[in-house]
Design a protein around this ligand. Structure first.
Ligand SMILES: Nc1ncnc2c1ncn2[C@@H]1O[C@H](COP(=O)(O)OP(=O)(O)OP(=O)(O)O)[C@@H](O)[C@H]1O
Ligand SMILES: [Mg+2]
Length: 369
């Protein structure tokens, strides 16, 4: 992927965030960026720094989550030799390192009350006192940008975040909305990531078929843009013949898919066959172990097998080759699979599944054997 920072998106919400970035870049005020995990808060921070007059200075990024208090304090403010066991020499902290630039403090909502007090002191005076030193260093010139996925007003209410610190940090507030609230950005972001990964892996950009695109746009994206980026990478690595179809999408995305639900209800499968289909479709089980073996052991009827095949053909629109993939068999098992179906009279004609929009409920005449 290319490393240039860009805020991809066409929604009015993202345009609004862009405007706020521009405004923040023109001033030197502290910025608080809020939004769910993976929405792009770090991108916002990097763009503000990159477009500000400080862009020749450093951008120092720290993640306040998961760093023990003692370590965070010495990393932020530095320490002097001998101030604790491993302090073999004087070390300057991140705030000093960010002089003439910007410090981006991610997950600021995770800071302990003690660290919040230290940070507030620094914000009021600009002075730094290294851990173990009784001398104050001259004030540094640092712009502070913070981010959190938390609702800090709630933390203030339950007294885990200082109200005075909140108002100091929250001079310019930028809220990045979750992806599900700006769905028009989903295809645009998907295309952006697919192009980036295609370039990185030296392959052609795959085509996303309309139905797959609809599923991706309808999904609720709890992990926001980070999740979309990860899925784009997974998809590009297994897009057969340069196409991304519904079958290639992860189960969590297709699970809520409306057309499939409609189809499922319409063919009225037996509970047995629906469960078998789900085991293969959603959980990656193979046709040989889920259907073939129990059938040969007479635990499944011919009717069950036909029903499973029918569900599969609904899904692949009558394509038996694709069915082999959907039922998690290797492509070379295609012939063996068809031979088995024919031998035991479980073969289902595929023609009627062709040309059928998946969103249309099936009439009941194909529901029974
Ligand atoms: N609008 C966007 N355009 C392009 N890439 C984006 C966009 N938003 C997010 N990303 C990408 O998604 C990933 C997550 O973004 P980022 O790290 O900025 O999220 P975050 O809000 O800081 O998440 P967290 O709360 O988990 O730290 C990154 O790889 C980032 O490059
Ligand atoms: Mg982040």
């Amino acid at each position: 992927m290319t490393s240039a920072v860009t805020m991809v998106g066409i929604s009015p919400a993202i345009q609004g965030v862009e405007d706020e970035i521009e405004h923040a870049a023109r001033c030197d005020a502290k910025v608080l960026i809020t939004g769910e995990s993976g929405v792009g808060k770090e991108i916002v921070a990097r763009l503000i720094h990159g477009r500000s007059r400080r862009n020749r200075g450093p951008l120092v990024t720290i993640n306040c989550a998961g760093i023990p208090d003692s370590l965070l304090e010495s990393e932020l403010f530095g320490h002097v030799k001998g101030s604790f066991t491993d302090a073999h020499r004087d070390k300057r902290g991140w705030l000093e390192s960010a002089h003439a630039g910007t410090i981006f403090m991610d997950e600021v909502g995770e800071m302990s009350l003690r660290m919040q007090a230290s940070l507030l002191r620094f914000l009021e005076t600009g002075e730094i006192q290294r851990v173990g030193s009784d001398r104050k260093l001259p004030p540094v010139d640092v712009r502070v940008i913070t981010a959190t996925h938390r609702r800090l007003l709630e933390n203030i209410a339950d007294k885990t975040f200082r109200e005075d610190l909140y108002y100091r940090l929250n001079v310019v507030h930028i809220e990045v909305p979750p992806l599900r609230d700006r769905r028009v950005d989903i295809p645009v972001l998907l295309n952006h990531f697919l192009c980036g990964f295609a370039e990185a892996y030296q392959i052609q950009v795959p085509e996303v078929v309309a139905e797959a695109s609809e599923c991706l746009t309808a999904y609720h994206w709890p992990g926001n843009v980070r999740e979309l980026r990860n899925i784009a990478e997974r998809l590009i690595l297994r897009a057969p013949e340069g196409r991304i179809t519904v079958e290639a999408l992860p189960a969590e995305i297709t699970r809520d898919r409306k057309p499939r639900e409609a189809v499922t209800v319409a063919v009225k499968p037996t509970p047995n066959s629906q469960m078998l289909f789900d085991r293969m479709f959603t959980h990656g089980a193979s046709f040989w172990s889920e259907v073939y073996e129990p059938f040969m052991a007479r635990d499944l009827t011919r009717h069950d097998v036909r029903d499973v095949v029918r569900l599969g053909l609904e899904h692949t629109r009558g394509n038996y080759k694709m069915l082999v993939q959907t039922f998690n068999m290797p492509p070379e098992d295609y012939k063996k699979f068809l031979n088995f179906l024919r031998k035991y009279q479980c073969h289902v004609p595929f023609q009627r599944f062709r040309m059928m929009p998946a969103s249309l409920a099936r009439p009941s005449h194909i529901a029974t054997a």
